[in-house]
Design a protein around this ligand. Structure first.
Ligand SMILES: [Zn+2]
Length: 180
């Protein structure tokens, strides 16, 4: 059991608010809370999880982890645009391996179905506003989830109503793609 390892981080720490949303909601609070839900579920499944801590920068976290090809590396984020844009999307590396692409597809389809919001599909990092993502340089099945738009009230309502289901679903997917 000790060699079952997944990497499930929040991406934003307490001093890094990320995107600002409806009703003053901050991306970092949301991703930390969601990461904790996912990792609690992974813990219940007996999985060993490596995560970032709440005062650690993303580059500090990425600098200390060393996933193998058998591992899963996942990070949730929230999108923000104009208050009207909606939906979930999942980003993979431009040179993503087949396992990453298959995992990303299952996640984006599942999240869209569970929340009942638009499915924006799987995108390459270069197709995203972010350009190149340091997370994507890690080995394993790697994906970054843009859960929904934090500045869209109906997206956040859909998220709030379903976040436990989303966390349980994601823990299942991580377990499925973890080859350890
Ligand atoms: Zn973010």
């Amino acid at each position: 059991m000790a060699n079952l390892k997944s990497y499930s981080s929040a991406g934003h720490h307490l001093a890094d608010p990320g995107a600002t949303g409806v009703n003053g909601r901050q991306e970092n609070r949301e991703t930390i809370a969601f990461r904790d839900l996912v990792n609690a579920e992974l813990g219940r499944k007996g999985k060993m999880v490596v995560q970032d801590n709440d005062t650690e920068t993303l580059s500090q976290y990425l600098g200390r982890i060393d996933p193998t090809d058998a591992d899963v590396v996942i990070e949730p984020h929230f999108n923000a645009y104009n208050g009207k844009a909606t939906g979930v999307e999942v980003l993979v590396a431009d040179d993503a391996n087949e396992r990453s692409k298959a995992m990303a597809k299952e996640i984006v389809d599942g999240f869209a179905r569970i929340m009942g919001i638009a499915n924006r599909g799987v995108k390459k990092e270069s197709q995203s506003a972010r350009g190149r993502l340091a997370l994507m340089r890690k080995k394993g099945a790697v994906a970054l989830i843009e859960i929904c738009f934090i500045d869209n009230a109906s997206d956040m309502k859909a998220y709030d109503s379903n976040r436990i289901n989303l966390a349980c679903f994601l823990a299942q997917i991580i377990s499925k793609y973890d080859l350890n």
